[in-house]
Design a protein around this ligand. Structure first.
Ligand code: G3P
Ligand code: MG
Length: 244
């Protein structure tokens, strides 16, 4: 049976190191975190990389869409300088490089499939190909999560043995049907929509509950008291000490 951890680093550890970078993974391991979440998207020529936005602008300064940019260009971008000068030169990692780092560091990974519009299946197929090739069968499995049901359907087809989580902001009316159809183990929802009643409803249906993105210690404690299993946070060091 799959069990969520109490705390998971968001985009690595996005408050302490540039999001979706190897530096973030290293920071998470250095503070004793066991799990990280990161986003996987395809470059214009189909290489799965760690990235959040459809546009490259915010974290790299390169004003172009990820979906229109080949990996030969993405690999030259600086995804660390915007965060802090100390991280200048930090690149946009491929999923393959990130998995190698995760495995070296002994982290567990919540891999969010984050397709650019219209690439829900394609992104999941490419990510699962890398995951199946790189993830050692004797290591505890990754968690595959997505807002996109078509992406989770690919994960179910290709790696049915790995746990899946349905991500929602506000749980929609049909969340339970989707969780059943996609054989999910958990529902990850925006903390603002996780009332006590909602948490109880999801837990009673047999699913783990993770809340994102929780960076405030008192809010973290309230969510745990409400029955939330896992807090996905930019500030894992702070939240770890607040709820343990
Ligand atoms: O996995 C939960 C969270 O990462 C979803 O939101 O936009 O930060 O990927 P976002
Ligand atoms: Mg994410």
């Amino acid at each position: 049976m799959f069990t969520l951890p109490r705390v998971m680093g968001h985009r690595g550890a996005a408050g302490a190191a540039p999001e979706n970078t190897l530096a973030g993974l290293r920071h998470a391991a250095a503070i004793g975190l066991s799990w990280v979440e990161f986003d996987v998207m395809l470059t214009g020529d189909g290489v799965p990389v760690l990235f959040h936005d459809d546009m490259l602008t915010r974290t790299t300064g390169h004003a172009a869409p990820m979906a229109g940019t080949p990996h030969a260009v993405v690999r030259t971008l600086d995804a660390g300088a915007w965060f802090h000068a100390d991280h200048a030169g930090e690149g946009v990692p491929t999923l393959e490089a990130a998995l190698a780092e995760v495995l070296t560091l002994g982290l567990r990974a919540n891999i969010e499939i984050k397709p650019t519009p219209g690439t829900e299946r394609e992104t999941a197929v490419a990510a699962l190909e890398v995951l199946i090739r790189c993830w050692p069968p004797d290591r505890p499995p990754p968690l595959i999560s997505s807002f996109k049901r078509a992406s989770l359907a690919v994960a179910l087809e290709r790696a049915p043995q790995w746990p899946r989580a349905l991500i929602v902001r506000r749980p929609p009316r049909d969340w339970r049907r989707a969780a059943v159809d996609l054989q999910c183990s958990a529902v990850h929802a925006s903390a603002r929509w996780l009332s006590k009643r909602r948490v109880a409803e999801i837990k009673q249906a047999g699913y783990g509950v993770a809340a994102f993105t929780v960076n405030d210690p008192s809010r973290a404690r309230k969510l745990i008291a409400r029955g939330v299993d896992c807090l996905i946070t930019d500030e894992p060091a702070l939240i770890l000490t607040s709820v343990n």
